[in-house]
Design a protein around this ligand. Structure first.
Ligand SMILES: Cc1cc2nc3c(=O)[nH]c(=O)nc-3n(C[C@H](O)[C@H](O)[C@H](O)COP(=O)(O)OP(=O)(O)OC[C@H]3O[C@@H](n4cnc5c(N)ncnc54)[C@H](O)[C@@H]3O)c2cc1C
Length: 202
């Protein structure tokens, strides 16, 4: 991934773009409207040496996937590996695991940090005066939440990284259909990012 300031992007710079093509996924996220964007390339076949630090190589890869732009500045580059992991045990003696130490999911859907925060908030309410039964109930609840998020993000990642043309055609037709109605859009958003939390009374 890289934070790039670019000129003349070929796709609307105010929108999020996700392109799931045969060579892997491209995501372009506008950061501000002064040309900065976070560009994320998923490389199913791994990275050639040095490519991750080279914004020009990244933009050349992005161009093959349908997004062209000329780089004015690069603030930051990094790499990450898409994981799907759940710790076998969430506790050892006086240590309780929360956050990415307990579970790691694909970043598609932006769920990892949210899941870790739910661990922390629920633990803060469960801990005072909690006996073994209370902590066991907390662990069961957190494991169920983590399994739901892992299943959802794994499915979304598989769908976005399909490489066979017929499978991508089915996905894109289904997506276009779902995006035409507000119920379809809500369903899709919830399928990726989880249900919207209930509004709190003011
Ligand atoms: C590309 C990408 C995009 C993402 N986007 C989103 C998003 O949009 N929304 C979302 O909710 N989540 C997102 N996530 C997931 C999110 O970043 C993680 O779930 C979150 O950062 C986990 O927080 P954490 O505190 O549990 O662990 P970490 O952020 O990994 O923090 C653990 C810290 O412990 C330190 N540490 C490790 N070992 C030791 C040691 N032995 N001694 C001392 N310190 C140590 C590490 O250096 C690190 O600072 C994304 C992840 C990636 C990779």
């Amino acid at each position: 991934l890289a934070d790039l300031q670019v000129d003349g992007p070929s796709l609307d710079p105010a929108r999020v773009h996700m392109v799931g093509g045969p060579r892997g996924l491209l995501v372009v996220l506008p950061m501000h409207l002064d040309g900065w964007a976070r560009v994320v390339l998923h490389r199913p076949d791994g990275l050639p040496p040095g490519a991750a630090q080279d914004p020009e190589a990244l933009v050349a890869e992005a161009a093959v996937r349908g997004w062209t732009a000329s780089v004015r500045a690069c603030r930051w580059t990094s790499t990450f590996r898409t994981e799907r992991r759940l710790a076998g045990r969430a506790e050892s003696r006086r240590v309780l695991l929360i956050g990415d130490a307990a579970h790691v999911c694909s970043p598609i859907g932006g769920q990892g940090l949210n899941l870790g925060l739910r661990d922390a908030v629920s633990l803060a309410s469960a801990l005072p005066g909690a006996g073994p039964d209370g902590l066991a109930a907390w662990r069961r609840g957190r494991r169920a939440d983590a399994l739901r998020v892992l299943a959802r993000t794994d499915l979304a990642t598989r769908a976005w990284t399909l490489r066979a043309a017929p499978a991508r055609a089915v996905r894109d037709t289904a997506l276009r259909g779902a995006l035409t109605t507000s119920a379809g859009r809500r369903l899709l958003a919830e399928a990726v990012a989880g249900p919207r939390p209930a509004a709190r009374p003011v």
